[in-house]
Design a protein around this ligand. Structure first.
Ligand code: NI
Length: 260
């Protein structure tokens, strides 16, 4: 977990800055969940990403389907309450063009699976080189998620602050205000706050900051990772909800959309 945070925070100055902002105001930051993206090839699908977590005692808990974006996802929980949940999504390759399917399958096949430890795999980033900007643009026409994977490979896509564990910023509106006042933009797709108290989960996220990507035909700034915030509510049995809301997650995926 520390290695994952190290990789993510070092490559995402935006997330580190917001994390520091909270720490400097006396908060202890606990992660609600960490999210990964992959493809549904049987060698590189959700189960493959999940394995290192299963080895640590995580168990599969929820299944989610995103029809329009052609994705499915699962989430995993650990019996230790403070351990972050793991949310893994995968692109349903068979629902896309042969060009998209081949581009991503060939890229993933270059991952040196047998030479790396699980934690190294989860922070591998893009194992394939070179990549072409034209390919990126072609993928983008079919799926933003596919284009993102092509550029960035396997890495934590976002960490999520558990608002339930904050003291001063224990309301999502308050935390959003702090983030915006500090100069960061929030994803407005589907509204700034996704989900309601009745849904038992409210979430917001930053707009992914851009990262320079080296294509064979030059460098381009591409939206990379975002930082997410989640507030969970108790159900009628006074039990804190631990799942995810498909409709909200669908909009949160758009945090890596191009804004221009
Ligand atoms: Ni998330």
């Amino acid at each position: 977990m520390n290695q994952l945070w190290k990789y993510y925070s070092e490559t995402n100055p935006q997330a580190l800055a917001i994390n520091q902002l909270l720490v400097n105001s006396g908060e202890t930051v606990v992660n609600d969940h960490i999210a990964f993206r992959t493809i549904n090839d049987n060698r590189f699908g959700i189960d493959w990403i999940a394995q290192p977590f299963i080895d640590l005692g995580y168990q599969a808990r929820g299944d989610y389907s995103f029809k329009q974006k052609k994705l499915r996802a699962k989430h995993y929980e650990h019996h230790e309450a403070q351990a972050p949940k793991i949310f893994i999504s995968e692109l349903l390759l068979q629902e896309f063009s042969p060009k998209l399917k081949n581009t991503l399958t060939q890229a993933f096949e270059t991952i040196p699976k047998n030479q790396l430890k699980p934690a190294e795999l989860l922070t591998l980033g893009r194992a394939w080189n070179p990549i072409q900007y034209q390919n990126y643009q072609t993928l983008l026409q079919e799926s933003e998620y596919a284009a993102w994977l092509y550029c960035f490979g396997i890495c934590p896509n976002h960490f999520t602050v558990s608002i339930n564990h904050l003291n001063k910023y224990n309301q999502i509106e308050k935390l959003n205000q702090l983030v915006k006042e500090s100069g960061f933009s929030l994803n407005q797709s589907g509204g700034e706050i996704k989900g309601t108290k009745t849904d038992l989960l409210q979430q917001s996220s930053t707009i992914a900051a851009k990262r320079m990507v080296s294509f064979s035909d030059g460098e381009q700034a591409i939206p990379y990772c975002y930082y997410e915030f989640a507030l969970r509510h108790t159900d009628e049995n006074n039990k804190l909800y631990q799942g995810f809301i498909t409709q909200s997650a669908d909009k949160l995926f758009e945090s890596t959309d191009r804004q221009d």
